[in-house]
Design a protein around this ligand. Structure first.
Ligand SMILES: Nc1nc2c(ncn2[C@@H]2O[C@H](COP(=O)(O)OP(=O)(O)OP(=O)(O)O)[C@@H](O)[C@H]2O)c(=O)[nH]1
Length: 229
């Protein structure tokens, strides 16, 4: 049986006024086999909260942008190879002034989803700085995935998909373009992370390693040419 509770999360509007937003907390008694911590990172306004809400609730948070203050989390249980995997997903504030708060959480994270906005060159340029921070504060074997969000905004695009692919290749991390608005690739990104973490936790010495890049590619081919764009 699962119980739901409401929590108040401190969010802040762009002009600096603070307001409280009522949010639903995750089910606290939900059954699962393994649990992992995942963090969402990236500049302010790239869409971290929206990607999380899309994955958790299947909805898009349109309207006025409300910046996250500090850090917040949601749980979601997904099925991976007949096992229930609980992802505890931490949504961090992208604003510089909250960096010291979020640094404290890096150490516990088993996976990091690093987002930029395909309509913001600066958010893409800052990815290198984020990766430097990750290498400084996160676990050495943390799973990292790069996401170019807002892929629905084709007319405003300033970062080509090839640029994202190239950067991801340079750092040896998987890459996808996502849209919290349309939902494109959001579930796939979290499922790929859940599969990688579950395989790492349960892998036998003689078992072949789970190949996250191949998994993403196979899902792309399953649903046609452009599912990951
Ligand atoms: N068109 C479009 N808009 C998006 C998408 N994702 C987020 N947005 C919009 O971008 C703005 C910022 O989204 P947030 O999810 O609050 O950004 P954030 O990265 O959590 O920002 P911080 O909390 O400051 O770190 C909001 O106005 C969203 O509606 C997307 O995929 N497509």
């Amino acid at each position: 049986m699962s119980t739901r509770k409401a929590s108040l999360t401190d969010k802040q509007t762009k002009n600096g006024t603070s307001k409280y937003v009522l949010e639903r907390c995750a089910s606290i008694n939900e059954y699962y086999d393994s649990a992992f911590k995942v963090m969402l990172l990236g500049d302010s306004a790239v869409g971290k909260t929206c990607v999380l809400v899309r994955f958790k609730d299947g909805a898009f948070l349109g309207g006025n942008f409300i910046a996250t203050v500090g850090i917040d989390f949601r749980n979601k249980v997904v099925d991976v190879d007949n096992l229930k995997v609980k992802l505890q997903i931490w949504d961090t504030a992208g604003q510089e002034r909250f960096r010291s708060v979020t640094h404290a959480y890096y150490r516990d994270a088993q996976a990091l989803l690093l987002l930029y906005d395909i309509t913001s060159k600066s958010s893409f340029d800052n990815i290198r700085a984020w990766l430097t921070e990750i290498h400084e504060y996160a676990q050495k074997d943390v799973v990292i995935m790069l996401l170019g969000n807002k892929s629905d905004m084709a007319a405003e695009r300033v970062v080509k998909m090839e640029e994202g692919e190239k950067l991801a290749k340079e750092y040896g991390v998987p890459f996808m373009e996502t849209s919290a608005k349309t939902g494109v690739n959001v579930e796939l990104a979290f499922l790929a992370i859940a599969k990688e973490l579950k395989h790492r936790a349960t892998q036998q010495p003689n078992e072949p390693k789970f190949q996250i890049h191949d998994y993403i590619e196979s899902q792309k081919h399953k649903s046609g040419c452009c599912s990951l764009m």
